[in-house]
Ligand binder design. Structure first.
Ligand code: GUN
Length: 301
């Protein structure tokens, strides 16, 4: 078996064309969708990600402003900037790129963002809403994974979904989304004993551990769908995921490449959430239910 490729780059391209039309329509109604991106410090990977986000805005006709602050910016200064952007009616989405320097309390910063502009979906209220199945801003990476899974035509209800990585950004929200879709969800992390014992049972395997080569073919069930969220730069400069792509593609039914899989979708879903916020400002209340996320909540067993 050779896996079919789930092409995140192609899907992103198509969605961004749709979003450009949507942004144009909003402008005709007097709403100019806008995103503010904040980067504190000079983490090289973060710089690349922020650059990608600003470029995606340009591609989709979404106004963007980027605020690059020095590494020694105080938490108070950052909170002041967020308060200013919260009050700015031309801004529909605010994103603070993570990670931030150690002297800044991430939680305090994320909770300072207006819930209605929290296009990352990281504010406690949005995290809570995700847990109950009705968030307005699904976090971008798991949201992108969800759309990639939909392209396979596989119904996730009843499937064994195994997630490797329990971060607040990917693993935990991914688990909540798949649970909402009635998958049976296992979350593995750095302390999980015998990782392979779990991954081998996965119908859907989602890997977000940040460890190149972590998932080898022996750990994958024949026919599994494998989604690689990892983005790792090797010493020779190559970008690879967490999955041994060449080996695992011989066992999987579907697999995402790195690059060109999840990465572009993360940025694309940020645009989606920004447009969704602009629609809400226009009084439409475009929320999760309008995005095909209205699956029934899993009943207790
Ligand atoms: N760092 C890595 N992924 C993300 C993300 O999705 N949003 C933000 N704000 N920071 C990140």
């Amino acid at each position: 078996m050779t896996a079919k490729i789930i092409d995140g780059k192609a899907l992103s391209h198509k969605l961004r064309q749709d979003f450009k039309r949507e942004a144009d329509e909003l402008r005709l109604r007097g709403i100019n969708p806008g995103l503010a991106v904040i980067l504190v410090g000079d983490n090289p990977a973060s710089r690349v990600y922020v650059g990608n986000k600003v470029r995606a805005c340009e591609e989709c006709g979404v106004h963007s402003s980027s605020h690059v602050l020095p590494v020694d910016t105080s938490e108070a200064e950052l909170l002041q900037l967020i308060a200013k952007l919260n009050a700015d009616d031309t801004v529909h989405g605010i994103l603070v790129q993570l990670p931030m320097p150690a002297h800044i309390d991430v939680r305090r910063v994320l909770e300072a963002i207006d819930v209605d502009k929290d296009v990352d979906g990281f504010h406690l209220y949005n995290v809570g809403a995700l847990a109950t199945g009705n968030t307005i801003f699904p976090p971008c990476t798991p949201y992108g994974v969800q759309l990639l899974l939909e392209t396979t035509g596989i119904d996730v209800a009843g499937q064994n979904a195994v997630i490797v990585g329990a971060s607040n950004i990917v693993g935990k929200p991914m688990a909540l989304m798949l649970l909402q879709k009635e998958a049976t969800v296992t979350v593995c992390h750095a302390k999980t004993r015998d990782l392979a014992q779990h991954t081998i049972l996965a119908d859907i395997l989602i890997v977000a551990a940040g460890k190149p080569g972590l998932i080898v073919p022996q750990m994958v069930r024949r026919g599994a769908v494998v989604i690689d969220v990892g983005i790792n730069r090797l010493p020779d400069g190559r970008i690879v995921g967490d999955v041994d792509f060449e080996g695992v593609k011989k066992k999987a039914s579907w697999i995402t490449p790195v690059p060109g899989g999840v990465g572009p979708m993360t940025v694309t879903m940020l645009i989606k959430n920004t447009l969704s916020s602009a629609h809400r400002r226009g009084g439409e209340g475009a929320g999760i239910g309008s995005m095909g996320w209205d699956a029934p909540t899993v009943q207790g067993h």
